[in-house]
Ligand binder design. Structure first.
Ligand SMILES: NC(=O)c1ccc[n+]([C@@H]2O[C@H](COP(=O)([O-])OP(=O)(O)OC[C@H]3O[C@@H](n4cnc5c(N)ncnc54)[C@H](OP(=O)(O)O)[C@@H]3O)[C@@H](O)[C@H]2O)c1
Length: 322
């Protein structure tokens, strides 16, 4: 079957590790189901995999992709939940120390077929297209948990999102704006800031800009490049919710600011199956839909990955498969 896969880790030139070609069809073990993929979406996670981050060397070659929408073995339209818990795990899957995401241990979704535990497929609401549904499992689910589960801020509060055009950033702005938060954004270009305003952000700033007032929470996925600004942007008692570190994981901590202003830093990763279900219900009831900046056939996966690596994003990049 056609698949986009990482041949071997390449920390300095991730795109050189990508191959689009033939891979064996997967066989579903007991309790798993095979999904015929209709659409899959690209996440920064796929670039990390090509670099060899978050994946053991002996797992290559590895089909990329965390997210998909497709048709399961029973012929139902489904959305894939990418967090694969240990077989005997119950409760919040994101807290299982043995959990993995698709494409870390098990082959990913950038293929004509993917196998997942039966509990990892959810019915796709008819209101969402396959391409829209394929955006939800990672970026949108992560944004949902950051904002509604981990920010501690109620609608009406002001939230700063670092980064404007990425998958998680656009999901945060769209979800927050639709549910009554005042969403502020930083973006690296005028075009990206303008797009954030059109998506519902109340204000958009250059990276590091002095804000009109301090905010209750900052949504961080950028890391080193924006961390100092995130700490300065918080009102006393404010909170950074961090789920990524695209520009580097080791910013200066600025401990005195953290204790003196009584700031909190909360980690957030993916979301539960139940949260994915709630996210889909929210999209159906509000009419909010994932922002898709580019749609490409899977055979052109290299173009999508090159765009993301260059920071040339405008929401999600979706691959159509069958
Ligand atoms: N923990 C989790 O469960 C989880 C889930 C999803 C994602 N993540 C992580 O979150 C990060 C974002 O993921 P994504 O899929 O949304 O990525 P993406 O689509 O490639 O978006 C990258 C984002 O980073 C922003 N950015 C700002 N300054 C940057 C800089 N100096 N260098 C690079 N990027 C910069 C971009 O903002 P501009 O618009 O201004 O360019 C853009 O919004 C990744 O590190 C990813 O691994 C973690």
């Amino acid at each position: 079957m056609l698949a986009a896969f990482a041949t071997a880790p390449n920390p300095s030139d991730p795109l050189a590790a990508l191959e689009v070609g033939d891979r064996p069809e997967p066989e579903a073990p007991d309790g798993w189901t095979t999904v015929t993929v209709r659409a899959a979406s690209l996440n920064h996670h796929d670039l990390w995999t090509l670099r060899g981050v978050g994946i053991a060397k002996d797992r290559f070659p590895m089909i990329l992709g965390c997210d998909a929408a497709g048709v399961d073995a029973e012929g139902r339209d489904v959305v894939v939940h990418s967090v694969i818990p240990s077989p005997d795990w119950s409760g919040d899957e994101t807290l299982d120390p043995g959990r993995t995401l698709l494409s870390e241990v098990h082959q990913g979704t950038f293929a004509e077929q993917v196998t997942v535990p039966a509990r990892n497929v959810l019915p796709k609401p008819a209101e969402l297209s396959a391409a829209e549904a394929a955006c939800l499992g990672t970026a949108w689910l992560t944004a949902y948990r950051m904002l509604f589960v981990n920010s501690g801020v109620l609608p009406g509060g002001t939230i700063l999102v670092q980064g404007a055009s990425g998958g998680v950033a656009t999901a945060l702005v769209a979800l927050g704006a639709a549910t009554g938060y005042r969403m502020w954004v930083t973006g690296r270009s005028e075009e990206k800031r303008q797009a954030a305003l059109e998506l519902g952000a109340e204000a958009a700033f250059e990276p590091g800009a002095r804000l009109p007032s301090r905010v209750q929470a900052v949504m961080e996925t950028v890391g080193e490049a924006t961390w100092a600004h995130s700490l300065k942007a918080l009102a006393p008692g404010g909170r950074i919710v961090v789920s990524g570190a695209t520009s580097g994981p080791n910013p200066p901590a600025d401990l005195s600011r953290i204790f003196f202003r009584q700031l909190s830093i909360v980690g957030s990763t993916m979301g539960t199956r139940a949260e994915l279900e709630s996210l889909m219900a929210l999209l159906v009831s509000t009419g909010v839909r994932p922002v898709i900046g580019r749609t490409l056939p899977l055979s052109q996966a290299a173009d999508g990955l090159a765009a993301m690596a260059a920071g040339d994003t405008a929401g999600k990049i979706v691959f159509t498969v069958s």
